[in-house]
Design a protein around this ligand. Structure first.
Ligand code: NAD
Length: 268
């Protein structure tokens, strides 16, 4: 039997987020960039953010060149409480509030336990993967409450639930396990205010960083494909379509859920 593996659905214009304002972080690269492009194409007014001003600027230019609406604050370090507060202020100044927060910005360091430096790798990963989500949720919460509710989308990972075979990912797994657990609990708190909080757990998605990793270590890709049922890597658009559903009112009864968007990699 010849296997059939369909490619990711390309970004398409539509109206699924018409009337919504969406704050999307990490727009300079990968999943954050794809979410910003898709959300804008689907009618949202997008407010982006990234610590890397050049890459964020390129995403804003691409969105506007397609005829859609987007602003962005960059450079902005979201591991700093002041950075998170500035992004919220910026979005409120532009649009009077927002309905959606996509926490895609992240930084993680990879090293084996014995070689991992406590401050520059372990702490930096927990700050860059876990604190970064906490800080923007906290800063955004009063705005979402004032809005009468909203949708927060966090990124855990397949490695929040299963070990990453053959990779030095101890801090990353801890950070993503934290995002998964925090999301569930925030959903409980948010339920009182009409705020839904969900996580998406991708397996291997092609981005600049993961492409470099795959090039340096071909067995990394082989192992990932061996685990997948759909035998291709994920593309940022595969993830953005799930985020679009969670951002829209189509998912109004969905909270505290985790969506494994991983080609089946964690199902066995
Ligand atoms: N790519 C994958 O295979 C994969 C798999 C599982 C989970 N995830 C998760 O999905 C999310 C998005 O991943 P990605 O691969 O698109 O990431 P990426 O590395 O391609 O992009 C992350 C973006 O965040 C920005 N950023 C980093 N630190 C920041 C800070 N302190 N303040 C503001 N911006 C900052 C970076 O400049 C970059 O543009 C992350 O949480 C990641 O851990 C990714």
């Amino acid at each position: 039997m010849k296997p059939v593996f369909k490619p990711a659905l390309a970004i398409q214009a539509g109206e699924r987020l018409r009337g919504k304002v969406a704050v999307v972080t990490g727009i300079g690269s990968g999943i954050g960039r794809a979410c910003a492009m898709l959300f804008a194409a689907q009618g949202a007014r997008v407010v982006g953010c990234d610590i890397d001003a050049d890459s964020a600027g390129r995403t804003v230019d691409a969105v506007r060149a397609n005829g859609f609406e987007m602003d962005s604050l960059q450079p902005c370090d979201l591991t700093d409480p002041e950075g998170a507060a500035k992004l919220v202020e910026f979005a409120c100044a532009r649009h009077g509030g927002f309905d959606v927060v996509v926490n895609a910005a992240a930084f993680g360091a990879f090293a084996w336990l014995q070689e991992m430096d406590y401050q520059t790798q372990w702490r930096a990963t927990l700050t860059g993967e876990l604190d970064i989500v906490f800080l923007l949720c906290k800063a955004a919460w009063p705005v979402l409450i004032a809005r009468g509710g909203g949708s927060v989308i966090n990124f855990a990972s397949a490695n929040a639930s299963v070990a990453l075979d053959g990779s030095p990912a101890v801090a990353h797994c801890a950070g993503k396990g934290g995002v998964l657990a925090m999301t569930r609990q925030l959903a409980m708190e948010g339920g009182l205010h009409g705020i839904r909080v969900n996580s998406i757990s991708p397996a291997l998605v092609e981005t600049a960083a993961t492409r470099a990793h795959m090039a340096a270590q071909p067995e990394f890709l082989e192992r990932a494909l061996a685990k997948a049922m759909v035998k291709r890597t994920g593309q940022p658009e595969d993830i953005a379509w799930c985020a679009l559903y969670l951002a829209s009112d189509e998912s109004s009864w969905v909270t505290a859920a985790n969506f494994p968007i991983d080609g089946g990699a964690t199902a066995w």
